[in-house]
Design a protein around this ligand. Structure first.
Ligand SMILES: Nc1ncnc2c1ncn2[C@@H]1O[C@H](COP(=O)(O)OP(=O)(O)OP(=O)(O)O)[C@@H](O)[C@H]1O
Ligand SMILES: [Mg+2]
Length: 419
């Protein structure tokens, strides 16, 4: 099963940028990646400068990367056809929005029944709380289960109250009978013809849906599959919101291994900027102590917006390391730190006695898809037929390199001594 990387956080903090940069980086590493966005504003298309559709669309210039923007009108009818039909009926005369419709005139008993459920169920949205999210995650899971993909990156995952859909299974269990009864009384004229057989098939439908949401919940809480990255900015409100989101995600048992603090003021010799940076880093420190189990990475404010593949590649290199360069060559800022704590570890290298260990992180990697070769002392790692150069401190031969796969991490032990 593919990996699922979720990026969530409050508005405008950089979720689209970091999820797109991550997707590009992973595809550049040779993985088959699907970037999914639920933002109706088409910001993912804008960020990639590629027009995405509601089915996987190849991203020009990044082999292996596909993107899609979810249809905001996720069709309830596709998952719950009977429910959908009835819910449409509820917006009509006699629906929960307005008592006294035609159905009331036809069925005086309905009025009493209606009133008894009205207190609990004020709007049709509350009939199934969080239905939209449930449908979005159901769609997302279909991609996670699709063997085409190694990794699914999801931009703008819900946090906080929008996660309430995860409680749906219990709710449906407790409510199933009541829901159906309510549908019948509020469904307008059509529901008058709604017999026992219909009720039973709707119950079955709800039960299937309940199991499906249970499955979503299992996948989301499985840290082998899912990892949530909280994206934030180093400002008081951002920090507070992140702590709250972390708490609610933990409540629902979602694995949150990473937090990315974006837009940190870079280091400049200017008293105003230096002061800002200090205050921001103090807030990052606070996050670190409040969420000791979470990797905290920082991403500095860049001198321009991040639009297009080239810009996203630069962000990816800052976050996860550029395979072509040594960390020390990665520019004036403290990206080394970001790499050490990088949110998917990316590439790290350390010298261990006589060897240099290069570790590459590939979520969802399969040993059979990997290859290793060298040419004139230069090492190449291949994945699914795509190769990338891995720079080593000394020229080496593939036959001298020990490759070891530990979970998602490929370790390459390169001897520092020449033959
Ligand atoms: N580190 C950075 N330096 C400079 N600009 C950045 C940085 N990160 C993001 N941006 C810019 O900030 C803007 C907002 O970022 P982005 O769209 O990724 O945020 P978002 O969290 O997805 O927002 P929304 O909640 O609206 O979906 C974009 O124009 C993006 O290019
Ligand atoms: Mg966005």
């Amino acid at each position: 099963m593919a990996r699922l990387l979720l990026f969530g956080g409050k508005g405008g903090v950089g979720k689209t940028t970091t999820s797109a940069a991550t997707a590009v980086w992973l595809a550049d590493s040779g993985l088959r990646v699907l970037l999914v966005s639920s933002d109706p504003a088409h910001s993912t298309s804008d960020s990639l400068s590629v027009e995405l559709g509601s089915s996987p669309t190849p991203v020009d210039g990044v082999p292996g990367l596909f993107g899609l923007e979810m249809d905001p009108e996720s069709k309830i009818s596709s998952v719950l056809p009977k429910m959908g039909e009835m819910m449409n009926g509820m917006n009509g005369p006699g629906g929960l929005g307005g008592l006294g419709g035609l159905s009331m005139m036809l069925d005086p008993n309905a009025k009493e029944e209606m009133e008894s459920v009205r207190d609990e169920v004020k709007t049709s949205d509350m009939v199934i709380p969080g239905l939209d999210e449930a449908l979005a995650f159901d769609e997302l899971l279909r991609h996670v289960e699709d063997p085409t993909w190694d990794v699914i990156v999801f931009d703008t995952a819900p946090t906080g109250h929008t996660l309430r859909f995860l409680s749906l299974p219990e709710l449906i269990e407790a409510w199933s009978d009541r829901l159906i009864r309510m549908m019948r009384v509020s469904g307008g004229l059509r529901s008058m013809l709604f017999g026992r057989k219909e009720s039973d098939s709707m119950k079955e439908e709800l039960e299937r849906f309940r199991r499906r949401v249970l499955h979503v919940r299992r996948v989301l809480s499985n840290e082998e599959i899912t990892s949530f990255t909280l994206v934030t900015i180093p400002e008081r409100m951002g920090i507070n919101e992140t702590l709250r989101a972390h708490e609610s995600l933990q409540e629902y048992k979602l694995p949150v291994p990473n937090c990315l603090v974006n837009r940190v003021t870079p280091e400049f010799e200017h008293p105003f900027l230096a002061k800002r940076r200090m205050a921001e880093l103090a807030r990052v420190e606070e996050l670190t102590s409040e969420m000791p189990d979470v990797n905290i990475a920082i991403m500095e404010l860049l001198d321009d917006e991040v639009v297009g593949i080239a810009a996203l590649r630069k962000v990816g290199a800052q976050l996860y390391g550029d395979v072509k360069a040594h960390p020390s060559d990665l520019g004036p800022h403290k990206v080394g730190k970001a790499i050490q704590h990088s949110i998917h570890r990316g590439m790290t290298r350390e010298v261990m006695g006589e060897i240099e260990r290069i570790s590459l992180h590939y979520p969802g990697i399969d040993r059979d898809d990997l290859s290793l070769r060298s040419e004139d002392g230069v090492l190449f790692v291949g994945l699914n037929g795509r190769e990338r150069e891995v720079e080593t401190s000394v020229p080496t031969k593939a036959s001298r390199v020990k490759a070891k796969l530990e979970g998602d991490v490929l370790h390459l032990d390169v001897p520092l001594e020449s033959e």
